[in-house]
Design a protein around this ligand. Sequence first.
Ligand code: HEC
Length: 189
Amino acid sequence: MRSVADRLASLVLAGLAAGTLGMLPASAAAPTAAPPAADLKSEGPTQPAKVQDGQYTDKNGDPTYHITEGGKKVDWYTMSGYVRYSANCLACHGPDGMGSTYAPSLVDALKGMDYAHFAGIVVGGKRDVNASQELVMPAFGENKNVMCYLPDIYTYLRARSDGAIGRGRPADHEAKPAAFEKAEDACMK
Ligand code: HEC
């Protein structure tokens, strides 16, 4: 029997390899026509290279944000990431990823951190043995409330880190993709 963490981690990596990052294999998702290039343009320094079922990825296949309307409108995954971050990470990392006396700012930490590195830390945790105060980042590999939304949380934090969105709840978001709901149901089972 493989642990839930192993299975979820390999799903995440399989998603990465397939360049889709959804929890479903690409074949299960309804085929969508590539949108015109203009629709891919985002505010912020990172530009999406591709969108599939409402999920944007950069040229390396890492999840990324799609922000429009002067920082007010975000893609669905950024919105979902905001909600999941607030529920699972805010207590230690502070509101809007700003950091606290206990845990570092993720707005800073995400600068230049790719998705695989991020996923590795969140799945396995991290412990700073050299700090005068013992700092522990818990391992979330068994926690579906985090693992089922890992690309979402990364996408949200990346938008914060890039300065593409400000603090607080995004004002507006793109529609919830049907593929998101399917993947969520499958993952949360
Ligand atoms: C119980 C408190 C706690 C919670 C909850 C928590 N973290 Fe952490 N996290 C920490 C601490 C403390 C560190 C610093 C550990 C270290 O330096 O070794 C850390 C480090 C990290 C790092 C590495 C930062 C760097 O500079 O390398 C990432 C990424 C991270 N956390 C993401 C998350 C995410 C995403 C969530 C929510 C799913 C989360 N954390 C929830 C306490 C927490």
